[in-house]
Structure formats: structure tokens, C-alpha cells
Design a protein around this ligand. Structure first.
Ligand code: PLP
Length: 389
């Protein structure tokens, strides 16, 4: 159903709307019969659809087609990569520890299949960037490590120095996993330049369906032990009958996202206009990661005394969907671990709002946000207008 005109969706990092092309293909595929493992014509058609999608996803991240394994989403891709047990050049290879960034998504922060005793956290600086000096010492101080660092942060959009990290990891003889869930379709994906052994993708961040994703390896000679065991689907890398409709959807979305590089400049202009407008009303606003390279689509900011929890409700009443930097679990609102790791004060972190744009964001969306923002400020803390930067 098309979005009502008065509804403004500014939460693409939580989940981008499904692209019409992906929806159409999925509906078409849902009418198919057959299992992609069957040898008859119906099975062969399902198989062909999967292989077409594999090429489209490989195109998005400039990988070899065979390097793409379809999984149920970013969480499963991360969980698959985060294991001490890998195969390297046909032989088992065991990693001693997991080093992961302090601002990783919970699906990485949970450590996958590494026991807690084998996990270490790499701190970040005030802009959310990995402390390379500390990582260097950590790499030198123990056995072979799997290093897992996100390409771009889901809350702030801050982009990690992946080529530098990859070079350090390679020199130390470690393996490198990149959670590229927020990056795919929003910045250049270059596994070779990053020296990344594996990256994770999630379809619903770039306009594909929820519940679909990929783990992409740089070389099929260096792969993590499968998470799902059973049949030989996905070249023995992920057992279970394939979700052909979802896989077809991720393929179409990946192809569309790949063609959108020129859209990044448009999104950056929208984001910059939004931030300038926010700051005009509240000069003392904090924009997280402002000094670091950031995705063009993401802005995370906190205005003094404007509680994010209350502001979100005020925006929602005006039919604007955005997000806060805090997470609500079991009825308790917790402060963002990302902003805490960046050294933000708790009071500031509780005011953090996240606006994230994407393929269907328009100038009118920003106009509407900037129309409502002063009303929210006036209602929640009019003093914020007078506080100097
Ligand atoms: N990694 C990052 C950086 C994310 O932002 C998310 C989802 O928000 C995930 C992983 C998990 O992806 P999925 O929702 O497909 O399980």
C-alpha cells in the first residue's frame, strides 16, 4: 500500500521500505512451485532465481558470485562469521579470540559462537572511531584473532577506517569480519581494499525484504564453519530449504542499490539541510560523529533538555517516524551503548534522536521535519532555543 502523503518515514536504518521492484518480484515468485534442490523444471526455475539473485548481490559488493551465501538476515550472517572455527585452504583453522568494536550492533556484541572468556572489546574515540593504537597492542598481545568491526554505525552513521584495520589484522595474521549491514548501498563496499575475509549484509536496510541477508566471503578457500547444519544447500554453507521469494527480493534490491551511488550526494544534501535547521533552532545541539566520516543518510543529534523518548512521541503524533539512540527492552529505556562508548554524558545520550534517510526520502520530508522540530522544542524545552553553542 503506498504511504499516506502525510506520513514521513525517517527510519531507514531500522528498516528501509521495500522497493516496489522487489515486492513485484517476490509476489511473482510466491506463485511458483518447487524446491530449488529438485531436478525437475520447477526446481530448476527456483534454482535459476536464486543464482540470478546471487549475481545481483555479488554485484553490490563487488564479490565473486560463489562467495555469496544467503542467510536469514544480518544477525545470522554475523552469528555465522563469529566463530573460532574456520576452514583455511581446506584445513581447519582455529582462532583464539574475538576482538570487536565497542559500538557494534548487539548481534556482534553478543560474540556469536565465541565464549565470553575469548572476547575482547576495542574502544572507540569521541567520534566513534576505532582506537587503532589500542587495536595494534591488542593484536600483538595474544594468539590469532578474529577482528569484527562494523563498516558504518547504525546509530551515528560513523564509517570505520576499514582499510587501516584490515592491514593491521592481516599483518598480525588474524581474520577480519566486517558488519556491512548499514553500509551496503550507502557507501563503497570493497572487500579487497579492506582485506576483509567476510562481510554481513541485510536486505531490509537497502529496500529488500526483512528476514533475508547474506554472508559474503572474500575467498571460498577461507570460510567460517556453518551455523546451520543439515542439507547441502548453499554449497554446504547454510543448510535449509532456501526462501526463494526473499532471496529474489534481496537480489532486486541489491541491483537497485548498486545503481544509486549518485544518490548519496542527494542524501548528504538532505541530511546537511536537516542538521543546519536543527542547529538554527537549538545552537547547542550535539551532532554525534560530526567530525568523523559518516554515511550520507544518517544524523544522530541531541538538543539539551529535549528527551528523546518524549520527542519521539511528539513526532509520531505528527506522523513522522524516527528513532532514538536508546533502546527499550523489557519496559526499561536504556542509554545507547554506542553513545556511552563515545564518552557522551548520560543526560545527553538520553536526548539522542536518529534520523535516517534512504531511497524514497525527499526534500518535502526534510521540510516537514523542520516544520515540526521547533514545535517539539517549544513544547519540551523552549530554553533550548536560547542556549548558545
Ligand atoms: N548489524 C547492524 C549494524 C544492524 O544495524 C543490524 C540491524 O539493525 C543488524 C546487524 C542485524 O540485522 P538483521 O535485522 O537483518 O538481523
Amino acid at each position: 500500500m503506498p504511504q499516506a502523503k502525510d506520513h514521513v518515514y525517517l527510519d531507514h536504518n531500522a528498516g528501509a521500505p521495500l522497493r516496489p521492484g522487489a515486492r513485484e518480484r517476490m509476489v511473482e515468485v510466491l506463485s511458483d512451485v518447487g524446491n530449488a534442490s529438485s531436478v525437475h523444471a520447477d526446481g530448476r526455475r527456483a534454482r535459476a532465481r536464486i543464482e540470478a539473485a546471487r549475481e545481483q548481490v555479488a554485484g553490490l559488493c563487488k564479490a565473486r558470485t560463489r562467495a555469496v551465501t544467503f542467510v536469514s538476515g544480518g544477525t545470522e550472517a554475523n552469528m555465522t562469521a563469529l566463530t573460532p572455527n574456520w576452514q583455511d585452504q581446506g584445513a581447519p583453522y582455529y582462532l583464539d579470540r574475538l576482538l570487536r568494536g565497542a559500538t557494534e550492533h548487539p548481534s556482534v556484541a553478543a560474540g556469536g559462537r565465541f565464549p565470553a572468556s575469548m572476547q575482547e572489546v576495542i574502544p572507540v574515540d569521541a567520534n566513534g572511531l576505532i582506537r587503532l593504537d589500542i587495536l595494534k597492542d591488542m593484536l600483538a598481545g595474544g594468539g590469532p584473532a578474529l577482528v569484527s568491526v562494523m563498516a558504518a554505525n547504525n546509530e551515528t552513521g560513523v564509517i570505520s577506517p576499514l582499510a587501516e584495520i584490515g592491514a593491521m589484522v592481516a599483518e598480525a595474521g588474524g581474520f577480519f569480519h566486517v558488519d556491512a549491514v548499514q553500509a551496503a548501498g550507502r557507501m563503497e563496499i570493497d572487500m579487497d581494499a579492506w582485506q576483509a575475509d567476510a562481510i554481513s549484509l541485510s536486505a531490509h536496510k537497502f529496500g529488500g525484504p526483512q528476514g533475508a541477508g547474506s554472508l559474503v566471503v572474500r575467498s571460498t578457500a577461507r570460510v567460517p564453519a556453518p551455523l546451520m547444519l543439515g542439507g547441502g544447500q548453499e554449497n554446504w554453507r547454510r543448510a535449509g530449504t532456501e526462501n526463494v521469494a526473499a532471496i529474489s527480493g534481496i537480489g532486486v534490491a541489491a541491483e537497485a542499490a548498486e545503481k544509486e551511488a549518485q544518490d548519496w550526494a542527494r542524501l548528504a544534501a538532505l541530511r546537511d539541510r536537516l542538521e543546519a535547521g536543527v542547529r538554527e533552532i537549538c545552537p547547542a545541539v550535539t551532532i554525534f560523529g560530526e567530525e568523523a566520516p559518516r554515511l550520507a543518510n544518517t544524523s544522530c543529534f541531541a538538543a539539551p533538555g529535549i528527551s528523546a523518548e518524549t520527542a519521539l512521541i511528539a513526532f509520531d503524533l505528527e506522523r513522522l517516524s524516527l528513532s532514538s539512540g536508546s533502546a527499550c527492552s523489557s519496559g526499561k529505556v536504556s542509554v545507547s551503548h554506542v553513545l556511552t562508548a563515545m564518552g557522551a554524558e548520560e543526560a545527553t545520550a538520553r536526548c539522542a534522536l536518529r534520523v535516517s534517510l534512504g531511497w524514497n526520502s525527499t526534500d518535502a520530508d526534510i521540510d516537514r521535519f523542520l516544520e515540526v522540530w521547533p514545535q517539539v522544542v517549544d513544547r519540551l524545552n523552549p530554553e533550548a532555543r536560547n542556549r548558545a553553542a
